[in-house]
Design a protein around this ligand. Structure first.
Ligand code: PMP
Length: 440
C-alpha cells in the first residue's frame, strides 16, 4: 500500500522539474508508477505486482532489495558512510581483493567508480596514457555511456548529441549475424540458432571472415598506424543483445594488439554471471582483455562501477594523480561485496543459464510460429527478441506496433526492456531478468 504523493502530482513534477530525458523514457502510454521491489517482483503505487524482466537494464543481478544486500548496507551504514580514499579503510580492500579473485591473470588492479560511463571514461584515459596512442575503435550499435567522452565510444544514434564527442573514436561494422549482411545459424554460441541460411564452409565461419575483413579495412583506411584501444561488449546490450560470430573477438583482439592497442571488454551488462555459462562475458569468447569495465550488476542497483586492468597499465596511469571522491565508498563496497557472495550462495549464474536457456528455447518456438518475431538470441539472461515486419524483409517492426506490444505485456503484468539501434523504431525486446527463481 502506498500513501504518498498522487500520480498526478508526480507527473506534474516530472514535467516541470525533471530532465526532458526522464520524461521520454517511460516506454508506456500509461506510465508505470513503481514504489517497491522484492527479488523479481515490482509493485506499483496501486499495489499491482509485475514480474520484472528488465531488471533496471540488467542492473539488478541478485533480486530487488535482496535481504542480504540490504543487511550488508545497513551494517556498513552503522559504522562508516564516507571518507576519502586518502584514508585506508577495510571495506574497500576486502572488496578489491575479492573482486580480483574473479579475474584471470594479469587483471589485478581495480579502480572503483560510480557508474559505467565513468568507468569507460577512465578506461579511455588509461588506454591512451599507457599506449601513447589516441585512436579507439568501437562497434556500431554499441552503448558505452552518456558522458561526453563515453558518448564518443557510443555508436547508437539515439544517444548521440550534436556536440564535439568521439574525437579519435572510429566505429567499425558490428558483426550482427541477423541484421548485418552476413551470418548464419552456426555463428553464435547460443542455445538457439538463427533462422538464417548459413554460409559456413568446412568449419570456417564465412561471416566471421567477412566481419573481421571490415575491421581490417577500418584499420587500414580510417585510423593511424598505432591505436590506443578497441572497446567491445561481449554481447551488445542496448544494441539489442547482439551476439557476434564465434572467434570474432579473438581475431579482433589480435589485430588490435598488432597495432599497439589494448583490448577493453565492457561488461556493464554481461558481467556478474548474467550470461550464465561464464561469470564474465569475455570468457565465452576465449579471450583475456587488457581491461574490463563494470557497473550495473556490480551493486545490484547501488550506484557503482569499476575498471580492472593489469599492473603494467596501472603503472602508466600512476604517473599522475587520479582522484574520485565517491569511488570505493564504504557502503558501495559492502554492498558489492555481498553481491559477489550472494551470486555464489544463491547460484544465480546457474539460474541465469537454466532459466535463460529454457526461455530462449521456448521463445524460439514462438519465433518459428509468428512472422513478426525475426530472431531470438543471447546467452543466459541476456536475451534479445528481434521484432520484424516480416521474416523476408527483416524490416524492424513499426514503433507503433512496439508500443502496443509493450503496453499489452505490461497490462499482463510483465515488464520488459527495449534495445536496438533504431531509436524510436525499436526492433528489439531485450529480456533481462533478475536472476532469482524464488517467489513470495
Ligand atoms: N556500458 C554499457 C554496456 C551500458 O549498457 C551502459 C548503460 N546502459 C553503460 C556502459 C553506461 O553505464 P551508466 O549508465 O552507469 O553510466
Amino acid at each position: 500500500e502506498y500513501k504518498g504523493m498522487s500520480k498526478a502530482r508526480m507527473m506534474e513534477i516530472r514535467q516541470q522539474n525533471c530532465s526532458p530525458m526522464t520524461m521520454k523514457v517511460t516506454y508506456y502510454k500509461e506510465p508505470v508508477f513503481i514504489h517497491q521491489g522484492y527479488m523479481q517482483w515490482l509493485w506499483d503505487v496501486d499495489g499491482r505486482r509485475y514480474l520484472d524482466l528488465f531488471a533496471g537494464v540488467a542492473t539488478v543481478s541478485v533480486g530487488h532489495c535482496h535481504p542480504k544486500v540490504r543487511a550488508a548496507a545497513e551494517q556498513q551504514m552503522k559504522k562508516l558512510w564516507h571518507t576519502t580514499n586518502i584514508y585506508v579503510y577495510p571495506t574497500l580492500h576486502e572488496y578489491c581483493e575479492k573482486l580480483v579473485s574473479y579475474f584471470p591473470d594479469p587483471l589485478k588492479v581495480i579502480y572503483l567508480t560510480n557508474s559505467g560511463s565513468e568507468a569507460n571514461d577512465l578506461a579511455m584515459l588509461m588506454a591512451r596514457l599507457h599506449t601513447g596512442n589516441y585512436d579507439i575503435i568501437t562497434l556500431r550499435g554499441s552503448y558505452h555511456g552518456g558522458s561526453p567522452q563515453a558518448m564518443g565510444l557510443t555508436s547508437n544514434a539515439a544517444y548521440k548529441y550534436p556536440i564535439a564527442n568521439g574525437l579519435g573514436c572510429t566505429n567499425t561494422m558490428c558483426p550482427d549475424v541477423f541484421r548485418g549482411p552476413w551470418g548464419g545459424s552456426h555463428c553464435r554460441d547460443s542455445p538457439v540458432q538463427t533462422t538464417r541460411e548459413c554460409s559456413c564452409a568446412q568449419g570456417i565461419c564465412m561471416a566471421n571472415e567477412q566481419y573481421i575483413g571490415q575491421l581490417q579495412e577500418t584499420l587500414a583506411t580510417s585510423v593511424p598506424t598505432r591505436i590506443a584501444a578497441f572497446f567491445g561488449e561481449p554481447i551488445q546490450g542496448v544494441g539489442g543483445a547482439v551476439q557476434y560470430p564465434k572467434n570474432y573477438l579473438k581475431q579482433a583482439y589480435k589485430l588490435v594488439r598488432e597495432r599497439g592497442g589494448i583490448c577493453i571488454a565492457d561488461e556493464v551488462q554481461t558481467g556478474f554471471g548474467r550470461t550464465g555459462s561464464h561469470f564474465w562475458g569475455f570468457q565465452g569468447h576465449d579471450v583475456i582483455p587488457d581491461m574490463v569495465t563494470m557497473a550495473k550488476g556490480i551493486g545490484n542497483g547501488f550506484p557503482m562501477g569499476a575498471v580492472v586492468t593489469t599492473p603494467e597499465i596501472a603503472a602508466s596511469f600512476a604517473k599522475g594523480i587520479h582522484f574520485n571522491t565517491f569511488g570505493g565508498n564504504p557502503v558501495a563496497c559492502a554492498v558489492a561485496s555481498s553481491v559477489l557472495d550472494i551470486i555464489k550462495e544463491d547460484g544465480t549464474q546457474k539460474v541465469s543459464l537454466d532459466v535463460g536457456s529454457y526461455l530462449m528455447v521456448e521463445l524460439a518456438k514462438l519465433r518459428d510460429k509468428y512472422e513478426i518475431i525475426g530472431d531470438v538470441r543471447g546467452k543466459g539472461l541476456q536475451i534479445g527478441v528481434e521484432m520484424v515486419k516480416d521474416k523476408v524483409s527483416r524490416d524492424p517492426l513499426s514503433h507503433q506496433d512496439m508500443v502496443e506490444i509493450f503496453e499489452d505485456v505490461k497490462d499482463m503484468g510483465v515488464l520488459i526492456g527495449k534495445g536496438g539501434v533504431y531509436g524510436q523504431v525499436v526492433k528489439n525486446i531485450m529480456l533481462s531478468s533478475p536472476q532469482h527463481p524464488r517467489t513470495i
